[in-house]
Design a protein around this ligand. Structure first.
Ligand code: NAD
Ligand code: SAH
Length: 412
């Protein structure tokens, strides 16, 4: 199949970006070394739908070297990097992705990745798996199974499973220790602030930062905001998470109170309508709104637009919404994932772990699909332990080992 990308001549800087991240992904490098020889994916056709930037490109290359034929599409129109897409094509992977593509094009690319007749699928957010379950059921017979990268995608899959509609086994890669503990927490923690700072070029210290949602991503974002010197306020709907935030040292309050004092708002709930028309009139002039949750529905943008006299782009990835009373409210990255739209997403060292989990999740499907029920599965916890061991060795960190006496004592 012919790739659809912006411009193949952009490849040189894409190669530079991929080569840079490879230096910091030792677990993926060791996987590549081992499986380029045994080629466990020979004869398999893998469709990957994940943010198309350098780390994803390297993962695609590792799967290709492990024997698979690989097609990649982006999982968000704003996170695709056209130079990386071009470099990936030069490295022998078929790509359907363009930065800032329209919704129609995005849909066309997903369909192309299904026309490829994959036997295995990696998804990020559930878009391609849901298309296969609805309009593209023709692809089902050839698919052995899939794996899913993120919380919202896993929630969507569990919905399909509970209605008895899931048509192949899926691994919840997100739910592996070596994924959510590091990617959602430390990855989102760092990359959202990188995205917000790149977009605004403003100081975070001393500002009231409101984090909506104190799940794995919210905890990381709050922790890093505190480190940057912000006064952090958390909003939650879950009483346990709210107590956790209190004992982590943060103020907790409802959004209608936080709206009055916040300087920067970051939604990371996986829910919709977290910031709405109820809140915009309460906000200070200059309030900045950003989202790092899955969809662009956490900040209700149509309601903000309705209340505004004008909407205009004032910097790359910053839109100003002028209110009738003269206040200005700024929205970053169109309310889409700020870390990927206005940055390169999570750092390489983090995606090293997430994508090692993806590799073993898809390998798990390949080896076990015949006996796996059409459900959402977890990969065995030992896989995360192995990944962590390789990572520790690579970064030169040694740990103690249990003695036989200690094992016996713990089991007694
Ligand atoms: P999580 O389930 O651990 O946490 C979500 C939290 O939001 C929960 O504590 C929940 O109680 C809270 N919440 C729900 N509705 C709320 C509301 N109206 N107001 C306040 N709090 C509310 O999920 P997570 O792993 O932290 O993921 C959150 C979202 O971020 C998901 O959509 C996930 O797919 C996405 N995600 C993004 C990135 C990224 O790179 N930007 C990385 C990983 C996950
Ligand atoms: N399709 C969704 C994406 C969910 S984003 C959307 O844009 O609407 C959440 C996932 O992005 C996380 O689980 C994380 O693993 C992944 N991610 C974060 N940084 C990344 C990066 N640099 N490269 C590839 N994926 C990344």
């Amino acid at each position: 199949m012919n790739s659809i990308i912006k411009d193949i001549s952009l490849a040189p800087s894409g190669h530079d970006k991929i080569n840079w991240v490879k230096n910091f992904m030792p677990v993926m490098a060791s996987i590549e070394k081992e499986f380029s020889v045994s080629k466990p994916f020979a004869g398999q056709r893998l469709s990957i739908t994940i943010h198309l930037e350098a780390k994803t490109a390297y993962m695609a290359e590792v799967f290709k070297n492990a024997g698979a034929e690989v097609v990649v599409t982006g999982s968000n129109p704003l996170s695709t990097q056209d130079d990386v897409a071009a470099a990936l094509v030069e490295r022998g992977v078929t790509v359907f992705a363009k930065h800032a593509c329209t919704d129609e094009e995005y849909n066309e690319y997903l369909n192309k990745a299904i026309d490829f007749e994959p036997t295995l699928v990696i998804d990020d957010g559930g878009d391609i798996i849901s298309l296969i379950h609805t309009k593209r059921r023709d692809a089902i017979p050839k698919i052995l199974g899939a794996s899913e990268e993120t919380t919202t995608g896993v929630n969507r899959l569990r919905g399909l499973e509970s209605r008895g509609e899931l048509v192949f086994p899926v691994v919840a890669a997100n739910d592996a220790y070596c994924k959510y503990l590091f990617d959602n927490r430390y990855g989102t923690g760092q990359s959202t602030w990188e995205g917000i700072m790149r977009a605004t070029n403003l100081v975070v210290a001393g500002k009231n930062v409101v984090i909506a949602g104190y799940g794995w991503c919210g905890k990381g974002a709050a922790m890093r905001a505190k480190g940057l010197g912000a006064n952090v306020i958390v909003t939650e709907v879950d009483p346990i998470k709210a107590i956790e935030a209190v004992f982590d040292g943060f103020r907790v309050m409802p959004m209608k109170d936080a709206a009055k004092v916040g300087d920067i708002f970051l939604t990371v709930t996986g829910n919709k309508d977290v910031i709405t028309a109820e809140h915009y009139p309460l906000m200070k002039s200059g309030a900045i709104l950003a989202n790092a949750g899955h969809f662009d529905v956490e900040v209700n943008i149509p309601q903000l637009e309705n209340l505004s006299v004008s909407r205009k782009t004032v910097r790359a990835n910053v839109e100003e919404f002028l209110q009738k009373d003269g206040r200005k409210i700024y929205l970053l990255a169109q309310g889409r994932l700020v870390n990927l739209a206005s940055g390169d997403g999570h750092p390489a060292e983090i995606m090293d772990l997430s994508f090692a989990v993806q590799f073993f999740s898809i390998a798990y499907i390949l080896h076990n699909h015949a006996k796996l029920e059409k459900k959402v599965h977890l990969i065995p916890a030992d896989v995360s332990k192995e990944i962590a061991e390789i990572k520790l060795a690579a970064i030169g960190v040694a740990i103690d080992e249990l003695t036989d006496e200690q094992k016996e004592y713990l089991n007694s």
